[in-house]
Ligand binder design. Structure first.
Ligand code: SF4
Ligand code: SF4
Ligand code: SF4
Length: 446
């Protein structure tokens, strides 16, 4: 979209060209000012910088001194004009443009983002998270880490000021920050998984009001597309039949034991239900981070470091509570979510599908031994996917079973266990996060 505005002032003309890209250009021609100087000034505005040049000699003459005064006035006028334009845009709803561009940019990320929805709820959500200035800044980021100096050189900003701004944005979860103090790098992050999780401490009633409408659209346009999900489901170890193979990347207890860093944070989904006065009975602090990503969560006040032993204790409580284990998509496990079907966005989204088993990445399924089952119904009560019905004995609907093992760990007679699927039905995760992200990128565009 292109919009032109011509504004008269100072006996000259100001032309404002608003192109669809991430920059605005203001050209100003000022002639015949009141000192009688024949003068041209050209102001280029890229982001927040204003550079003012005027042609002529470098010697100071009274007329030029007078001209310098005029330059200052000109700068003030430009500032005022910019503010007026900004106010006008806000009044006329033109600020939507930056959020529209932000939505479109987020949709270019591998995970995607809903755009052009009928109600425009995605723009209202973004507006509740980003200020217009922050949204513009986000549009300047790349989906790969760069130092503030590199970004500043790329977009023509002052590195010091930009570094401060990016750090502040990253503290709000509006840009991902990697590395440690003095050596930070910044990058654009996906909305889900990413920006929305980083907003855990910034949830407002206004955002949550939009969230209710937005969440189903978000999962439909992102998570449920393609075949590789952002999280894969793994079974609780004790639930697995002893003759079934468990791959190292499906053994979360080993991951916890071997992790160099472990951090724990509250479950965002349960936080949301708690804010809505509908607190969940399951434990709150059960979102695990492993390795380097811990630092971002801890430094942003979203998580705390814990020892491997404490992590195993928390994990044990989560299992006892009947939570489903969901880990990062790739074989490199850098996160473990312990999820419930009452709060968890991803689980609720797959549960609403006719065949949840087809919508999760899991290599296991539950099976009941008719000879041993007493029909006590405990497994059916615990199953998060409503996959079990009990007549005389329990029956598992394999289209609904996601192989989590929640049913098996409390069966009083060990009549139900989870088993590994046949080789041709197995989901082999990508080796690392880069490869799983690329798979997601490709599949969500097919
Ligand atoms: S995905 Fe699961 S653990 Fe993660 S925030 Fe949602 S419910 Fe909590
Ligand atoms: S919990 Fe065990 S015994 Fe009870 S219905 Fe389920 S499988 Fe049967
Ligand atoms: S039957 Fe239900 S609880 Fe048991 S593994 Fe399947 S989905 Fe999980």
């Amino acid at each position: 979209m292109r919009r032109n505005a011509h504004l008269r002032y100072f006996g000259g003309s100001l032309s404002l060209c608003h192109a669809a890209a991430h920059c605005q250009t203001i050209s100003i021609k000022a002639e015949n000012n009141h000192c009688g100087n024949q003068r041209r000034a050209h102001t280029a505005h890229a982001g927040r910088n204003i550079r003012l040049h005027h042609s002529g000699q470098n010697r100071h003459t009274p007329a030029e001194d007078c001209g310098r005064g005029e330059e200052e006035k000109l700068e003030v006028k430009i500032r005022d004009e910019k503010q007026r334009n900004k106010n006008q845009k806000e009044e006329h709803g033109f600020m939507k443009d930056v959020y529209q561009r932000l939505a479109e940019f987020l949709d270019t990320m591998p995970q995607r983002f809903p755009v052009n929805t009928e109600s425009g709820v995605e723009l209202r959500v973004l507006k509740n998270i980003f200020s217009p200035d922050e949204a513009e800044m986000f549009l300047n980021l790349k989906p790969k880490p760069e130092t503030a100096a590199q970004i500043a050189a790329r977009i023509g900003e002052d590195p010091g000021k930009l570094g401060k701004k990016l750090y502040e944005m990253s503290k709000k979860g509006l840009a991902f920050r990697s590395g440690r103090e003095g050596n930070y790098k910044y990058m654009a992050s996906a909305f889900l998984v990413g920006i929305i999780e980083f907003q855990m401490n910034r949830m407002t009633p206004e955002l949550l009001k939009e969230w209710d409408e937005f969440e189903p659209l978000l999962y439909k346009s992102t998570w449920l597309k393609g075949t590789t999900r952002d999280l894969r489901t793994i079974p609780i170890g004790e639930a697995v039949d002893p003759n079934s193979q468990v791959m190292p990347y499906e053994n979360i207890e080993e991951t916890i034991r071997n992790a160099k860093y472990v951090a724990i944070s509250d479950c965002m989904c349960r936080r949301i239900t708690a804010i809505k006065n509908n607190p969940c009975a399951h434990p709150m602090e059960v979102c695990f981070h492993f390795g380097g990503s811990c630092h971002y969560f801890v430094e942003n006040g979203l998580a705390r470091y814990i020892s491997n032993e404490e992590a195993l204790e928390i994990f044990k409580k989560g299992k006892a509570s009947g939570l489903v284990c969901q880990v990062s998509a790739s074989q490199e496990t850098n996160a473990l979510c312990m999820c419930c079907d009452c709060c968890c966005g991803p689980l609720r989204a797959v549960k609403a599908c006719a065949k949840p088993a087809e919508m999760v990445n899991s290599n296991f399924f539950a099976k009941v031994s008719d000879d041993e089952c007493t029909g006590c119904e405990l497994c059916a009560e615990r199953c998060p996917m409503d996959a079990i019905t009990v007549d005389d004995v329990a029956r598992v609907d394999l289209d609904r079973c996601i192989g989590c093992g929640v049913c098996a760990v409390t069966c009083p007679v060990e009549a139900i266990k989870v088993y590994r699927k046949e080789k041709d039905k197995e989901f082999v995760p990508e080796k690392n996060i880069f490869e799983s992200t690329m798979a997601i990128y490709k599949q969500r565009r097919e």
